[in-house]
Design a protein around this ligand. Structure first.
Ligand code: KG4
Ligand code: ZN
Length: 353
């Protein structure tokens, strides 16, 4: 422990379908990171079922927290605080994490620190061993959000733009369903796209000029129309076990791999160009990517290639839901003397700004 004593924060995250706990030292050094995913459980329904999720969190939360503490080699008395996601997310899921955090903090006389889930995503970037200097530009792209945020200091955010309809991850999930590519959609579309040619099919980009807002619902509709045009009656796009790239749709003009590639290219194009424009206008030192869609290889490559400033993208395992950023954000809030009351309640619709 040594010099890390007094700086260790336990983070807990249960806002959606991952039960996660992590221990972080000084808001920067990862001591443990445990994520129990429910993806296999929800796959059969094609999406997250809230009641199933909260039940599963209840089963997993104590073992996950114990494992995170054990792997970090710390006991509750070593901690400087317990940080927990209290929103946005599913109420029944958030409740499990918040109550676990309260119980631990109360029992061991530790400060409780409520964290916004999106702030947790952003702070995974503090674990990357890169010196970060404000102002920073954050692109948070997840299943529920697509926000472009200017960060002028710790905990200081200004919203530049957000999606006016579907979130980027939601668009990936819906496109995957239309293309018969399985769940969750992001990784499935990325994999299918590898065998596809994005130039075979041009899908629309909603530029919403003069704003930093995004719109992805038109793109999803364009995918639907492309599928309908190409699909012969009764024909399915993908047969289980058959690589999508081998399947011709209808007259054989477009494959689902080509459509996946075209879809991915369209989403990435808009995200990159808007982030680039905002980075230039606001003179940021760096752009930080966060959220599940930031795990996308093409997005990471294009951001790095096209932006005029350095880009941080956490490793994929830190992009999708986990508690490391919750712990890191908790550390910086605690440093400013913040703590939540014992009446901390879940806020399913909590906003970052
Ligand atoms: O941040 P996250 O784990 O949960 C939310 O807070 O929503 O994000 C999940 C989203 C899903 O929509 C998933 O399809 C998407 O992130 N995603 C990806 C990739 N991996 C996960 N989207 C594109 N490419 C990926 N490789
Ligand atoms: Zn998330």
């Amino acid at each position: 422990m040594g010099d890390e004593e007094g700086s260790l924060i336990l983070g807990i995250e249960t806002s959606c379908d991952e039960t996660a706990a992590a221990v972080v030292a000084e808001g920067r050094r990862l001591r443990s990171n445990v994520v129990a995913s429910q993806i296999d459980l929800h796959r059969q329904y094609g999406g997250v079922v809230p009641e199933v999720a909260s039940r599963q969190h209840l089963l997993a939360i104590i073992p996950v927290v114990e494992q995170a503490m054990g792997e970090a080699g710390v006991s509750p008395g070593d901690l400087a605080g317990v940080a927990v996601t209290y929103g946005p997310g599913l109420a029944g899921s958030l409740l499990v994490g918040v109550n676990m955090a309260k119980a631990l903090a109360l029992a061991h006389a530790l400060p409780l620190i409520g964290i916004n889930h999106l702030e947790g995503h952003i702070y995974t970037n503090w674990l990357l061993d890169v010196p970060l200097e404000f102002p920073l530009l954050c692109l948070i792209v997840s299943g529920g959000h697509s926000d472009l945020v200017l960060m002028t200091g710790h905990g200081e955010y200004r919203l530049l733009g957000r999606t006016i309809d579907d979130a980027a991850g939601e668009a990936f999930d819906k496109a995957a369903r239309l293309l018969g590519l399985g769940y969750p959609g992001g990784p499935a579309v990325q994999e299918a796209a590898q065998a596809g040619n994005p130039a075979v099919f041009t899908l629309p980009r909603a530029w919403l000029r003069g704003t930093y807002d995004f719109s992805f619902s038109g793109l999803k509709t364009a995918v639907l129309h492309a599928v309908q045009r190409q699909q012969s009656p009764g024909e399915t796009i993908q047969t289980p076990g058959v690589r999508p790239s081998n399947l011709s749709l209808g007259a054989g003009v477009v494959t689902s791999a080509d459509l996946a590639a075209a879809f991915q290219a369209a989403v990435v194009d808009v995200l990159v160009e808007k982030t680039k424009a905002a980075a230039v206008e606001h003179g940021v030192t760096r752009a930080l990517l966060a959220g599940g869609v930031a795990a996308n290889d093409l997005l990471r490559q294009e951001m790095a290639a096209r932006l005029p400033v350095p880009v941080s993208s956490p490793p994929p395992a830190l992009c999708t839901d986990n508690a490391t950023g919750v712990a890191a954000a908790g550390y910086f809030r605690r440093q400013r003397g913040e703590r939540s009351g014992w009446d901390l309640d879940v806020k399913p619709s909590l906003r970052l700004v």
